[in-house]
Design a binder for this molecule. Structure first.
Ligand code: GLN
Length: 384
């Protein structure tokens, strides 16, 4: 079948790199360290709670904004970790993954002609969401190799057309974690403007080496103008459930919900109720994640230490960047494909996250994997 000449709303967009690399890994039987998801099981008690709620007949629509016990559990967690009080009724909405939360926040705010500042390398869903809503992405650069924000550059990009700044800490793909000074700089940039902040904090519980997660929720002058998005997929090893949440002060959240109710309406009820139980019963699971993933990071770095890959610093997330210029001068997309086909390890080429395709010969490896998987990948990577 063909329907020729249909004008694309997203002419520059193809299939996401995560789908492309996971498919290539499957075709070649490669170890998949590309798309970010764990290859180990979620906590059994959480699975049991889903089954319990289904068996108890809680299988119909959840409330539009989220099941109340889950909203309350989120409010309690955010208050205990970041000292911020969000009202479970009016300032928290459960979303179908962080992807939907991000899309909805953008759809609720961005009008045709608005500018949205994003940082490159940029997580792949932000710019299409901005463009589908008629906005224009404006790029601040995180400079290789430390990927620190240049706040003078950001300040220069903010003008009368700026509607929003999208920030992400801990940072995918770089593994960097923003500091309190970064948050202070962000606060100074948006002060006395109408700019809204969208903070993607899906890796909030994966911060290592004594660093602290600097949620915008900690800073009242930022929180009052921010949407904060986190994802249960990352925290409980359940990326396939697509359950996440968004926090925002009442007035912003009211706008968010106007869009949310027509984008998804409500999110999987038994999964929400199970998460509420689990958060109450085992609050230490989330806070223990940093140690768990620090161990995984160290394991992968040890595996890479005997190879010609050079691991860059990783202070947060479950991604490790590595340079390969001692091995090859191929572009990173070509090298990532060859690594998958010929050496049986799939990774993400970082150039795809830059609007201009900047290629520093760096790959992103996901270490949310069993030690056996990481060791097997390490053996293959040391052969290059
Ligand atoms: N966020 C995950 C990653 O960075 C992938 C999510 C997806 O496949 N869309 O790898």
């Amino acid at each position: 079948m063909a329907f020729a000449g249909f004008p694309s709303r997203l002419p520059q967009v193809g299939t996401t790199i995560f789908t492309v690399m996971s498919q290539l890994a499957a075709e070649h039987g490669a170890i998949n360290l590309s798309q970010g998801f764990p290859d180990f099981a979620p906590p059994p008690r959480l699975l049991q709670r889903v089954a319990d709620h289904m068996a108890a007949g809680r299988n119909q629509y959840a409330l539009m904004a989220g099941a109340l016990p889950l909203c309350e559990a989120i409010a309690a967690k955010v208050e205990s970790l970041y000292g911020a009080r969000y009202d479970g009724d009016s300032e928290i909405t459960v979303t179908a993954g962080a992807t939907q939360g991000i899309y909805t926040a953008i759809a609720a705010c961005v009008r045709p002609g608005d500018e949205v500042v994003v940082f490159a390398p940029v997580y792949d869903s932000y710019v299409p969401a901005i463009e589908l809503n008629g906005g224009k992405a404006v790029f601040a650069t995180l400079r290789f190799p430390d990927y620190r924000p240049d706040w003078d550059e950001v300040r220069a990009l903010v003008g009368p057309r700026t509607r929003m700044i999208v920030v992400n800490t801990p940072y995918n793909p770089s593994g960097a974690v923003w500091s309190a000074a970064d948050l202070a700089a962000l606060e100074a940039v948006v002060r006395d403007t109408g700019v809204v902040v969208l903070a993607d904090e899906v890796y909030e519980h994966m911060v290592f080496d004594g660093a602290r997660h600097e949620s915008v929720a900690r800073y009242p002058a930022l929180a009052e103008r921010s949407f904060v998005v986190s994802s249960f997929g990352k925290t409980y090893h359940i990326t396939g459930w697509k359950v996440a949440y968004c926090l925002a002060p009442r007035q912003l959240m009211a706008e968010f919900r106007k869009a949310h109710q027509f984008i998804v309406f409500a999110v999987n009820q038994p999964a929400q109720l199970a998460l509420a139980d689990f958060m109450r019963e085992d609050p230490g699971f989330a806070t223990g994640l940093a140690d768990f993933y620090r161990g995984k990071r160290d394991f992968l770095r040890m595996e890479l230490a005997g190879s010609r890959f050079e691991a860059l610093p990783c202070v947060g997330t479950y991604f490790q960047l590595a340079r390969y210029d001692a091995i090859s001068d191929e572009p990173d997309t070509a090298f990532a494909q060859r690594l998958t086909r010929e050496h049986g390890v799939a990774a993400i080429p970082v150039s795809v996250f830059y609007p201009g395709g900047d290629d520093h010969r760096v790959l992103r490896f996901c270490f949310a994997k069993t030690d056996e998987t990481l060791a097997a990948a390490g053996r293959r990577l040391r052969n290059l």
